[in-house]
Design a protein around this ligand. Structure first.
Ligand code: DGJ
Length: 812
């Protein structure tokens, strides 16, 4: 809900509230917007709003001041009235006020939200935006960048610069049940002079000194290829910290989702602010602790690169920023963020639809794909109940390794003699959907496309191009490039009767001009003529994705960027799911998935059961562990089923059946993190709270560490649940030569005899099986069976081996 009222002195106040949070700001007599409060939901009205105002009776020492009546005559604010704070004063210092936006040159020396330079010899960065008007509208005001949808309220604030005559419009959207508020800013050069726009952040949040004697923690999710989303928390008592991407994409180095919180916030208790951005390019999240113990948080397009040169009448739109606040710790914040992403970011036919179990050919055959090999795999997959067959890289041009053919999207007839149509028909004939891999934004120099259009790549003239994975980036700011890709992709998707597309992106930006060529309109809606090249490429990509997803609404698109190098809400506005990481090792995946889970629901990230030893870490893990961890994502397989034994295939079939049975809960239920140390425990609870599936994953076994419990979360306290795990038949070889403590004859470990015995003798494990109320499961928890500790192996012993896991079910 958004309420607008006047304080006792006729100053406008805006109160945005969600189910559990309030966000308040007001118009100061100077015409600036003072941020008053963002936190737990509160009451506020004309009589009581004074409580939120900062008492400012003097301006300290060497501060630069702004006179309260500076623009009085222009905007008719009667500042002689009493505003309850700084009553009777004529000066304020913007450096120590919580502001909704900030500029340079007016005495606020913190990081500014906006910076521009009008053309002219003596021009400076000084700018001073003054409140002009506010408008409440129904529904969202869509911009030209991807935005959330379905808001419960929408507010637009217009501010004007009295000297340059430029305009700043602040947008606020409210999503009540998710406790989310989104903000974005549009700068309009409504003046006469051309201006150079250096920065326009999307969101500024200034918080007062309630954190004064606490350590402020800035938690970001950083990583690299195959180890995305590692959680890092840095304490800050003064100065500035930032989380930035300069790679051209949102990047695996610094995901745009970050959190700000006091030191003692835990998974289920304590305050936390969460922030994200609906954008896929270079971004920055900046946290500053001021000498006055205030906090400033800024997020938006990375301000290290200039944005645009705006002629009179042109505007620049910053992407949408997402804000969420919770007093229920990180899990509380995740609940809000997950609901927001599920219901207000992801769109299209697949938004709430169960996603198919797939088999991807990449780690099964890599580039060595042929129709015969693929069909062999596909038949096994169909027998196991797998629903979608995805042909990954290697099907086009002369693509036998990563050095050639990107850009030439013609099928390789030597590998697939029947073309895409032929293969697709055969896959469909097996009762499966057919999916394909593409990497449209790239070109190899060894390709027909590059030979024909060497000028289509991102490059700086006269400078030798840097390569990345032997490929270059196509310049998506060019309309002819976007047209080519739209036509080519449309042809491929149609020819192959494609049901699913994996859209990959495997290198970072290197050589790019700062701006797009002057005077060459790129035709992207909403962009000014001379604009930042990386930003134009991202908006060009959005235009292409928009057109393709509109043309092929039934296709399930999955984003990918060498794993999670472009995992963000911009991509999720078009593609409902993203390949989380090229790392398929379940132990590393537990870290990666744990990281994603803070800001993103598991219904948008995918995970595959792959071979053991794992191709990224060479770690050996059981098929069970690989499945158990992948089941907490949109699950698929990515290994050579054709090389598996019948027994293993039988297990895969069982896993697929189990996943399908709990699929809706696993994909769309609410995930809660229970713990993540040597043991990872997560639980996903269905919307009606009748079904829950939990994971218990052990990294390294410790001797004689017998007791362990799982304390569930998110259940209905009054419901009686059946809590259980499935019975297991364990291979005797797991126990090595301990077999001789029981065997009547001596069996040499690793001998043929050992294998023969293993074929017929299994160790049966009967795990936990009990009934309990939700409140007991969530408070007392369940004490799990004792784990094997050199003695005491019986049916009820828990096998807590290195990298072992269990899946627990609670059904009410
Ligand atoms: C990187 C992706 O992340 C992998 O899954 C695979 O599709 C390769 N690219 C193919 O080149």
């Amino acid at each position: 809900m958004i309420k607008r009222f006047k304080d006792k002195n006729s100053g406008e106040v805006f109160h945005i509230s969600t189910k559990n949070t309030s966000y308040l700001f007001r118009v100061l007599p100077t015409g600036h917007l003072e941020h008053l409060y963002y936190g737990k939901k509160v009451n506020a009205d004309a009589d009581t709003v004074n409580c939120f105002m900062e008492r400012r009776s003097f301006v300290s020492g060497n501060s630069v001041t702004v006179s309260e009546d500076r623009y009085t005559s222009k905007n008719n604010n009667d500042i002689s009235t009493k505003n309850g704070a700084g009553e009777g004063k004529t000066e304020i210092s913007l450096d120590d006020i919580c502001l909704e936006y900030s500029t340079r040159g007016m005495g606020d020396f913190r990081e500014p939200m906006i910076e521009y330079l009008p053309e002219g010899e003596s021009s400076g960065y000084t700018a001073d935006f003054i409140f002009d008007s506010a408008r409440l509208i129904d529904g969202n005001e869509a911009g030209s960048l991807p935005c959330s949808y379905g808001a419960d309220g929408y507010l637009l604030i217009t501010l004007r610069e009295p000297v340059d005559h430029t305009t700043l419009v602040l947008h606020y959207a409210v999503y009540e049940s998710c406790d989310v508020i989104t903000k974005r800013a549009v700068f309009w050069n409504s003046g006469k002079k051309t201006v150079m726009l250096n920065r326009l952040l999307s969101n500024q949040l200034d918080l007062d000194n309630s954190y004064y004697d606490k350590n402020i923690c800035f938690t970001s999710f950083n990583g690299a290829w195959t180890r995305e989303m590692a959680k890092h928390t840095t304490m800050l008592n003064g100065g500035t910290i930032s989380n930035k991407s300069t790679t051209g994409s949102s990047s695996n180095f610094a995901n745009p989702f970050v959190m700000v919180h006091p030191e003692n916030t835990g998974e289920d208790a304590g305050e936390v602010y969460g922030f994200n951005l609906v954008y896929s390019g270079n971004h920055a999240e900046i946290l500053q602790v001021t000498p006055y113990h205030k906090l400033r948080f800024l997020s938006g397009i990375n301000p290290d690169f200039p944005l645009a040169r705006l002629e009179s009448g042109e505007s620049f739109e910053a992407p949408e920023a997402v804000l969420c606040y919770s007093t229920d710790g990180f899990n509380g914040l995740s609940r809000g963020m997950h609901e927001f992403v599920r219901n207000h970011v992801i769109r299209g036919k697949w938004k709430a639809k169960d996603r198919p179990v797939l088999l991807n050919s990449w780690e099964a055959v890599y580039f060595k794909l042929t129709e015969a090999r693929l069909l062999k795999l596909a038949k096994k997959a169909a027998d196991c109940g797998i629903e979608l067959f995805v042909m990954d890289d290697g099907w086009f041009g002369n693509r036998n390794d990563d050095r050639s053919s990107l850009g030439d999207w013609q099928v390789n007839k030597k590998k697939l003699p029947g073309g895409l149509e032929g293969l697709s028909a055969k896959i469909h004939g097996l009762g499966m959907k057919f999916g394909i891999w593409v990497e449209p934004e790239m070109v190899n120099t060894d390709s027909r496309l590059y030979k024909k259009h060497p000028d289509w790549v991102l490059q700086i003239p006269d400078r030798e191009q840097a390569e990345g994975r032997n490929q270059r980036l196509l310049d998506l700011s060019k309309p002819e490039v976007r047209e080519y890709l739209f036509d080519e992709m449309s042809r491929v998707f149609t020819e192959g009767s494609v049901d699913y597309v994996k859209w990959d992106y495997n290198r970072n930006y290197s050589d790019f001009p700062v701006f797009c060529d002057a005077g060459k309109p790129h035709g992207i809606a909403g962009l000014p003529a001379r604009v930042s090249k990386p930003h134009a490429c991202i908006t060009g990509l959005y235009e292409l994705m928009e057109k393709l997803t509109q043309k092929f609404p039934k296709i399930l698109f999955e984003g990918c960027a060498a794993g999670g190098n472009r995992f963000d809400l911009g991509m999720l506005s078009y593609f409902p799911q993203i390949w989380a990481s090229d790392d398929t090792d379940p132990v590393m995946r537990a870290d990666i998935q744990n990281g994603y889970s803070y800001g993103y629901p598991q219904s948008c990230y995918t995970g595959h059961v792959s071979a053991s030893p794992n191709h990224q870490t060479l770690r050996n893990t059981s098929l069970k562990t690989r499945f158990d961890v992948a089941a907490f994502t949109l699950m698929g397989y990515e290994l050579n089923l054709a090389d598996m034994s019948d027994a293993e295939l039988g297990k895969v079939k069982e896993q697929v059946g189990l996943y399908k049975k709990y699929r809706h809960t696993l994909q769309f239920g609410q995930l809660h993190r229970i713990r993540h140390d040597n043991v990872t425990q997560w639980i996903i609870v269905s919307e009606d709270k009748k079904t829950a599936v939990a994971l218990h994953l052990l990294e390294l076994a410790h001797a004689n560490d017998r007791s362990c419990k799982i304390v569930l979360k998110g259940l209905d306290p009054e419901t009686k649940y059946h809590f259980y795990a499935r019975e297991q038949s364990v291979d005797v070889r797991v126990f090595g030569d301990l077999i001789n403590t029981m065997a009547p004859i001596h069996i040499r470990q690793g001998s043929v005899m050992h294998d023969v015995v293993a074929k017929y003798v299994k160790v049966k494990i009967v795990p936990e099986n009990l009934y309990a109320y939700g409140d007991a499961l969530m408070n007392a928890g369940v004490k799990l069976n004792s784990s094997y500790a050199a003695t005491g192996l019986d049916e009820n012993t828990r096998l807590a081996l290195d990298f072992s896991s269990e899946m627990y079910f609670a059904e009410g």
